[in-house]
Design a protein around this ligand. Structure first.
Ligand SMILES: [Zn+2]
Length: 121
């Protein structure tokens, strides 16, 4: 990722554009709705521990709690796609996550792919 605030903003804009997020009306509604439902704080640790939104349990193991979790800092809040972006922006599979936890967790589908590589050894 490029360094610096301006280039990071451009990078984020391009990344969101690639994901179809820029000018995406549904996402512009789904994102704040998901954050409001989750109380505007990072819920990764609670879901991973099974103490919040137990319906996400099957995917709790894909979550990684960052040691730099910023909790309820709204400026650093993002929305994690618990089942990956493949299933779309269904609010049931969206989770308020701080930037650090979202980055540490990454794409759950990428994580699923890893054991396939290991079995080839
Ligand atoms: Zn966090």
């Amino acid at each position: 990722m490029p360094r610096g605030r301006a280039s990071r903003a451009r990078y984020e804009h391009r990344r969101r554009a690639a994901l179809g997020r820029v000018g995406n009306w549904a996402w512009s509604r789904a994102r704040p709705a998901a954050l409001a439902r989750d109380g505007w704080r990072c819920r990764v640790a609670e879901v991973a521990a099974g103490t919040y939104r137990p319906e996400l349990g099957p995917w709790a193991g894909t979550l990684v709690v960052s040691p730099e979790c910023s909790g309820g800092d709204r400026a650093l809040l993002q929305v994690h796609h618990v089942r990956g972006t493949e299933v779309g922006d269904d609010p049931r599979w969206l989770l308020a996550a701080c930037r650090a936890c979202n980055l540490a967790t990454g794409d759950p589908r990428a994580r699923d792919a890893r054991p396939d590589v290991v079995t080839r050894w």
